[in-house]
Design a protein around this ligand. Structure first.
Ligand code: ADP
Ligand code: MG
Length: 370
C-alpha cells in the first residue's frame, strides 16, 4: 500500500487567544453576554479549535496531518518544512514578523523549497493585501469598484471627484481592522480627523472610498483548473439597531462583548434575482482570474439600490471557519467541511511544487499529441 500523503497545516498565532480568556471568564461568572444569553459567548471557537477542526477533517479524508504554529519564528518555520519535509503545506499563515505585508514572503519560501502548498501564490497575496493596488488592477480589467483616493501623508489633498459619504480604511489591513462606525464620514472635518487618526494608529496610507450604501455580499470561489462560484452569502443588516450604518466593523466581527457582534444575520444562499446572481458570479470569476487567485478565495461585494455591483476587496486564502463565510457557501453547494478541504488540497497537488512545472507538463502533453 502506498504511503499516505503528508500535510503540514501551518499557521501563525502569537499572544493570547482572547476567546479562550473570555470563555474562562464566562465559566467563572465574571462576565455576562450583552445578549443576556451566556451560550452566545461560549460557542465562539478559539484559534486552536479552528485548527483542530481542519486537522481532524483532513485526517478523515485519509491524509497524514500535523499542525504547526510557526509562532513568528523563522527557524521553526524552516524546520517544519525540512525535517520531515511534508508532501504539501496547507497554508493558513496570514502574517509574519507581526506584519500582514509579509504574508506573501511565507508562500514564497514554499516556492523556493519547491513544496506544493494550498492557496494563492505570493504575487496574488502581496497585491490583495494592498487594497488600492488591487483596485487599480480591477479597474484595468473592467471590474467595478468604488471610486477612491489613496492618501499617504499630510496634507490631505482635495478630494475632487469623490462624493460623500466616504469611508476611510487602512490601505494594508484585513479582517475589518480599523473599520468602525466612525470610519464613514459625511464631511471634510470628520474625514480629516479620521485620516489623521489612522496615520497615527496604523502607520500606513489611508484608502478613502465612496461609501456604497446597500447589500453586502460575500462571494466564494473554489477551484483553480475550473473555478466555480459557490452560493452567495449575504450579511443582512436589517436587524441592526438604527444607529448603526450597516458595515462589517471590527466590533461586529470580533468583539463578543459588544452588542453589534450578535446582530446582523448571515444568509446563504442570499436572496437575489437570477439576473443579479448571474452578474455576481461573472464578476466574481473575472475578479478571481484578474487577481491570479488559486484554489479558493472570497470576494467582498456591495449591491447598491440601483442594482449596481461593486467589488470592495479580494480575500485570497480566506477564513475557513466551519459554518461561516467561505465554508457556509461550500456547505450550501452541498460540500461538507472535509470535502471542501480535500478539494483545496487536490487542486494544490495537481499543480505540483512550482506552477511553471505544471505548465511545462501540460505543454509536453500537448506536444506529444501533435
Ligand atoms: N466602499 C464601501 N462602501 C460600503 N461599505 C464598505 C466600503 N468599504 C468597506 N466597507 C465596509 O467595511 C467592511 C470592511 O471593509 P473591507 O474593504 O472588506 O476590508 P477588510 O475586510 O479587509 O477589513 C466591508 O465588509 C463593508 O461592510
Ligand atoms: Mg472584507
Amino acid at each position: 500500500m502506498s504511503r499516505r500523503m503528508s500535510i503540514a497545516v501551518l499557521y501563525n498565532f502569537t499572544g493570547d487567544d482572547e476567546y479562550e480568556l473570555l470563555r474562562k471568564q464566562v465559566k467563572e461568572g465574571l462576565v455576562d453576554s450583552p445578549t443576556g444569553n451566556r451560550e452566545d459567548l461560549e460557542d465562539i471557537s478559539t484559534v486552536k479549535e479552528e485548527i483542530q477542526a481542519i486537522v481532524r477533517a483532513l485526517r478523515e479524508e485519509g491524509f497524514a496531518v500535523r499542525a504547526v504554529n510557526v509562532r513568528d519564528d523563522f527557524a521553526r518555520l524552516l524546520e517544519c518544512l525540512t525535517s520531515p519535509r511534508p508532501d504539501i503545506v496547507f497554508n493558513l499563515v496570514e502574517y509574519f514578523n507581526d506584519d500582514a505585508l509579509q504574508e506573501d514572503c511565507v508562500a514564497a519560501l514554499f516556492d523556493l523549497l519547491r513544496i506544493p502548498y494550498t492557496g494563492s501564490p505570493p504575487m496574488t497575496l502581496a497585491i490583495c493585501q494592498r487594497k488600492a493596488l488591487t483596485k487599480q488592477i480591477l479597474k484595468a480589467n473592467g471590474v467595478p469598484t468604488p471610486r477612491y483616493k489613496l492618501v499617504a501623508g499630510k496634507p490631505i489633498p482635495r478630494l475632487s471627484g469623490l462624493r460623500y459619504p466616504l469611508i476611510v480604511k487602512p490601505a494594508w489591513e484585513d479582517a475589518s481592522a480599523g473599520v468602525d462606525e466612525q470610519s464613514v464620514v459625511d464631511d471634510r472635518e470628520h474625514l480629516e480627523s479620521r485620516v489623521l487618526n489612522l496615520f497615527k494608529e496604523f502607520s500606513q496610507p489611508a484608502l478613502i472610498e465612496e461609501f456604497i450604501a446597500g447589500r453586502e455580499l460575500g462571494v466564494s470561489v473554489l477551484g483553480t483548473r475550473s473555478p466555480t462560484v459557490l452560493p452567495v452569502e449575504e450579511m443582512d443588516f436589517s436587524t441592526l439597531p438604527p444607529e448603526y450604518r450597516g458595515i462589517i466593523s471590527f466590533e461586529s466581527k470580533w468583539n463578543p462583548m459588544h452588542e453589534v457582534f450578535h446582530k446582523g444575520e448571515l444568509v446563504c444562499p442570499a436572496r437575489l434575482s437570477r439576473a443579479v446572481q448571474k452578474r455576481v458570479k461573472n464578476l466574481a470569476l473575472r475578479t478571481y482570474q484578474a487577481m491570479g487567485c488559486r484554489d479558493y478565495a472570497r470576494i467582498d461585494m456591495r449591491l447598491d439600490d440601483h442594482n449596481r455591483l461593486y467589488v470592495l476587496e479580494v480575500n485570497p486564502n480566506p477564513d475557513l471557519t466551519a459554518g461561516v463565510a467561505f465554508m457556509a457557501s461550500a456547505e450550501a453547494a452541498g460540500l461538507s467541511f472535509s470535502q471542501t478541504l480535500r478539494r483545496i488540497v487536490e487542486e494544490a497537488l495537481a499543480r505540483g511544487p512550482v506552477e511553471r512545472d505544471a505548465l511545462r507538463g501540460k505543454q509536453a502533453a500537448l506536444a506529444a499529441k501533435t
